[in-house]
Structures are given as structure tokens and as C-alpha cells.
Design a binder for this molecule. Structure first.
Ligand code: SF4
Ligand code: SF4
Length: 95
């Protein structure tokens, strides 16, 4: 099963195995299986597996926002904790 995010097209930065921070921290407004209203920020997506992979990866039901989000050094940081903190801050600023 692939990791959550495709490689960034600009600099080849890759999604970290065992992270899943962006599947927890960001809000998703589009519907997906089991979540007709999407999900709020800070809530773990029901499609995130225990080893932090996306069950919908490659499927048509996967939200566009998830397909378009690319790993970036600024967002992902150097650890899951850094990514969670960055994304929580971003959500707060863009409320
Ligand atoms: S925050 Fe970055 S490294 Fe972590 S799952 Fe998302 S894209 Fe991958
Ligand atoms: S659908 Fe997949 S990529 Fe999107 S938030 Fe849920 S687990 Fe993450």
C-alpha cells in the first residue's frame, strides 16, 4: 500500500512513512465514504490506517484535496509532531 502523499513535483520531497499528520490536523469540507460532511480539523480521518496510510489512496472516492496535497518541507517538518504543530497553526490562521 502506498504512503499518503505523492512525491512533490517541484523538488522530489517525499511523504514520511508513519506520519499521517495532515490526515489528522487539516479540515476537509468535501464528502467521502462514511463522512458525508468531511471532517473537522484535529480529528483523525476514518480512512487513516493504524500504520498511518490512506485506505482511499488511488480510489475515485478519495477527496480532491487529498489528491492535490503534496508533501512540502515547510508543512511536513522533520517529524510528525512538527507537522501537526504547523498544520494546527495553519488551520487556526485560516479559520
Ligand atoms: S504531514 Fe507530510 S509527511 Fe506527514 S503524512 Fe502529511 S504529507 Fe506525509
Ligand atoms: S482520505 Fe486519506 S489522505 Fe484524505 S485525510 Fe483521509 S486518510 Fe488522509
Amino acid at each position: 500500500m502506498p504512503v499518503n502523499r505523492s512525491v512533490s513535483s517541484s523538488d522530489g520531497f517525499t511523504c514520511r512513512m508513519g506520519c499521517g499528520a495532515c490526515c489528522i490536523a487539516i479540515s476537509i469540507s468535501s464528502p467521502m465514504p462514511g463522512l458525508p460532511q468531511g471532517k473537522p480539523a484535529g480529528v483523525t480521518c476514518i480512512h487513516l490506517t493504524q500504520d498511518y496510510r490512506c485506505k482511499l489512496f488511488g480510489l475515485p472516492e478519495r477527496p480532491t484535496v487529498c489528491n492535490n496535497l503534496r508533501p512540502m518541507p515547510e508543512m511536513c517538518g522533520t517529524s510528525r509532531e512538527e507537522a501537526l504543530a504547523y498544520l494546527a497553526d495553519l488551520e487556526e490562521k485560516t479559520k
